[in-house]
Design a binder for this molecule. Sequence first.
Ligand code: SAH
Length: 493
Amino acid sequence: MTVYLVGAGPGDPGLLTARALELIAAADVILYDRLIPRSALEGARPDATLIYAGKEGGGPSMPQSEISRLLVSHGRSAETVVRLKGGDPFVFGRGGEEAEELRAAEIDFEVVPGVTAGVAGPAYAGIPVTHRDGASAVAFVTGHEDPGKSSSALDWRALAAFPGTLVFYMGVRQLPAIASELVGAGRDPNEPAAVVSRGTLPDQEVVSSTLRRIAEVASDAGIRAPAVVVVGRVAGMRDALKWFESRPLAGFSVAVTRARAQASGLATRLAGLGAAVVEAPAIQIVPLASRRMPDVRGYDLVCLTSPNGVRILFDRLAAAGLDARALAGARVAAIGPGTASALRSHGVIADVVPSERFVAEGLVDALADVPVERALVARAAEARDVLVDALRERGAEVDVVALYETVASALTADQLSAVGDADYITFTSSSTVRYLLASAGGADWRPTGRLVSIGPVTSATLREHGLEPDVEATRHDIDGLVEALVADAGARA
Ligand code: SAH
């Protein structure tokens, strides 16, 4: 029976703390705000109660009294309640008030600090909020107050005289008033100032100027909320220290169409390179548990053609009370490094992996000198027969087990329009092409972005659907696809 007041950081999911993720995963009830990372709730338990307690773009918000009432009532009845707030819960997040309410109701609480927007936004803009030369102090100020109103809690003279950096958490509309109050109270109008909008998010925007001109510059640039403004010498360091915009995929949106379970590795890689990732899982992997599983111990060669196949094969072995030793008598072949690495995670080092061309033809070549009498090919239901045919042609007896099938996963209208508008769409298999197009309503669908294909088979499927791939990976795996995409983006930037 504890309520955790948890900071979710400023927006980049990578800035959620380890403790925050742990508590989100454990929570019975999560009361969350609007400004939390979009993916923050993905780790919640499927049976957790999720309650939205924020406001939609200036619309009516849940009154603070109602939030406190919910916290207290859930705090009394549920084991673990997480109150998830943007940034840090005790920095302009009303976390202090909520803690007071909980204390008054004699409900235990703990506070999990978060990365606050006033430090992280500037950092992602290349602005250190303190610096040995000239910024020995930093003040965090709420700019949500209406500066004109006489009851304003802000002492503008004191702020103007403050010997260090000023960081305002503010509504964008307050910016002109903040700047003019500061100058009016004696702050140097030529001091550098910067506005960081949507800091740490892929569409972060930053403008910088002098305090005198910053409001105009921000308004000309159409700066949107949420935003912080930094006033001080450090704001001028951005030119030398900016890094966020320099990442190879910064400014590009990239759609990932593979199955959700497989997408996260690719999505994380792309996001790490600066891309705004559009998640659009057009396919879903469904294990075919009902198919009879041959005894893998009877073969001298076992071929695996995807990481999914490996995962499901080991699930099936485990269900039969077996483990990696069932493969001890066979040579194990993997179609590429991803599959080999999935095998490694199960304690099996593949004997045969193509050194290039991670497709069936590549595996056939890699197996050329390997003696085979009885082979098992464990793969997807709807795979090509290249490998099976080639092994049979060599006189081997070949059994095929279909471990899983790839089925369509319907996309929402929002997802489809985001894919249609993305700068790049990645296709990691023929099925991603087929099912994305099926979801998008067929052959007439024309996305605006560049189409990136993992290899010739996927490219052929694109062409069958009247789409010409703009980029084809030379190495037919995820690394190769990312490499080709980065090269293309570099050439276009
Ligand atoms: N507790 C939060 C602040 C809540 S007040 C924290 O510690 O960060 C909300 C204000 O925070 C917004 O109006 C805006 O000024 C600022 N803010 C929140 N997220 C932001 C972001 N990603 N980029 C810039 N400012 C942000």
